[in-house]
Design a protein around this ligand. Structure first.
Ligand SMILES: Cc1cc2nc3c(=O)[nH]c(=O)nc-3n(C[C@H](O)[C@H](O)[C@H](O)COP(=O)(O)OP(=O)(O)OC[C@H]3O[C@@H](n4cnc5c(N)ncnc54)[C@H](O)[C@@H]3O)c2cc1C
Length: 334
């Protein structure tokens, strides 16, 4: 638990960007974190798996990496188990643990990279599930006062790829552990067409393990593995527009991909907008847009965070000009 100086973060971010932290340290418990917070040079940045961050420069101050472990059932009844998970546990390891223990609720979130501590930050979601559906509460430490605080579901203000930790309380708390209520009698959610098709093609019965395997297979086909090509998954959120604007665009672009999410709101597939604006497969030096996933910006090797940021801004501008829609980054830009 000591600070190292001029520490390379290249292997600690899935874009594989070569940046350095002025000071870097790891913590394994709340007590260790509190000690580090007293000593750490400001500003302080908390790092999990580095799978949702675009580093555009070297970091002044301190980067603290969450390595708090542990997965424990702390309460249970006939139907559910309350599971406490350390913020430094890898999200996918927790998913596999839940399947091995026959506990349902997060199988659709298989293979999402990153740490459990970062999962509530943007209410991670995939294939029709978000963590808010199984979230019970979390324990966090205030960076300046060192106070330990419990946040229940309402406190977190979860939304689409959003929580209070990305809004009002941004940069103020370190999430140390998260409690989830998982189901002993799982309710399977295979409503996403591709999941159902995959299960059918696998010719297996629908259970937790097979849903997870189906989703892993789909994701491995669809998304570039950061070990091979640096990326952070979806770079932008899917934008929401009014039904009126959607109808207007639909008349102009009949193939536009959108689905209704509320009485007057339609969510649009950002990948479709980016592809139609001509960016899919774009490559300039080592920066690009993945050839089969227009939502995924990539580092082919030596790209700089600033180049990826510039590319993302160019994409935003052209989507704005062509469709009058503002794309908002999902990735945290630092
Ligand atoms: C190939 C790929 C696929 C992906 N697919 C999905 C997907 O399907 N759905 C989805 O929702 N996301 C997806 N992501 C994004 C990413 O995996 C998630 O956002 C994940 O939760 C990030 O976790 P992390 O530990 O890597 O966070 P980091 O990238 O380390 O941090 C993200 C942000 O959270 C802050 N932070 C991290 N840990 C803490 C903590 N303990 N306390 C306070 N702040 C903290 C950081 O300061 C930073 O601002 C994908 C990423 C990749 C690379």
């Amino acid at each position: 638990m000591t600070f190292e100086s001029n520490y390379s973060l290249k292997l600690l971010n899935t874009f594989g960007l070569s940046v350095q932290a002025e000071y870097f340290a790891r913590f394994n418990s709340i007590e260790e974190l509190q000690k580090l917070l007293v000593e750490a040079k400001r500003p302080i940045m908390i790092l999990g798996g580095g799978s949702n961050i675009l580093f555009t420069q070297n970091l002044i101050g301190s980067v603290l990496k969450n390595e708090i472990g542990g997965i424990d059932i702390i309460d249970e009844d006939e139907q559910t188990a309350l599971v406490q998970v350390g913020g430094g546990v890898k999200w996918h390891d927790f998913v596999i643990w839940s399947i091995n223990n026959q506990l349902g609720g997060i199988e659709n979130l298989s293979l999402i990279p990153g740490s459990v501590g970062a999962a509530p930050m943007q209410n991670i979601g995939a294939y029709g599930t978000e963590i808010k559906s199984v979230f019970e509460h979390l324990e966090a430490v205030h960076i300046d006062s060192l106070e330990v605080r419990i946040f229940n579901k309402d406190d977190c203000q979860f939304g689409y790829r959003y929580s209070i930790f990305k809004g009002e309380l941004k940069g103020q708390f370190v999430i140390c552990s998260v409690n989830f209520r998982l189901n002993k009698i799982p309710k399977f959610n295979t409503s996403y067409g591709t999941v159902e098709n995959e299960l059918r093609a696998m010719k297996v019965k629908v259970n937790l393990e097979n849903i997870s395997k189906a989703i892993i297979a789909i994701r491995q086909r669809k998304l570039p593995d950061p070990k091979d090509i640096g990326n952070c998954g979806s770079f932008f959120k899917n934008p929401t527009i009014s039904n009126k604007q959607y109808e207007k665009l639909k008349a102009q672009f009949p193939q536009i991909v959108g689905y209704s999410i509320a009485q007057d709101k339609t969510k649009i597939a950002a990948a479709w907008l980016i592809e139609k604006a001509g960016w899919k497969g774009y490559k300039h030096n080592d920066t690009g847009v993945h050839q089969s996933q227009a939502l995924v910006l990539v580092n082919y090797g030596q790209a700089k965070g600033k180049d990826i940021l510039k590319l993302s801004q160019n994409i935003q501008t052209s989507v704005q000009q062509k469709f009058d829609i503002t794309l908002e980054p999902e990735v945290n830009i630092i």
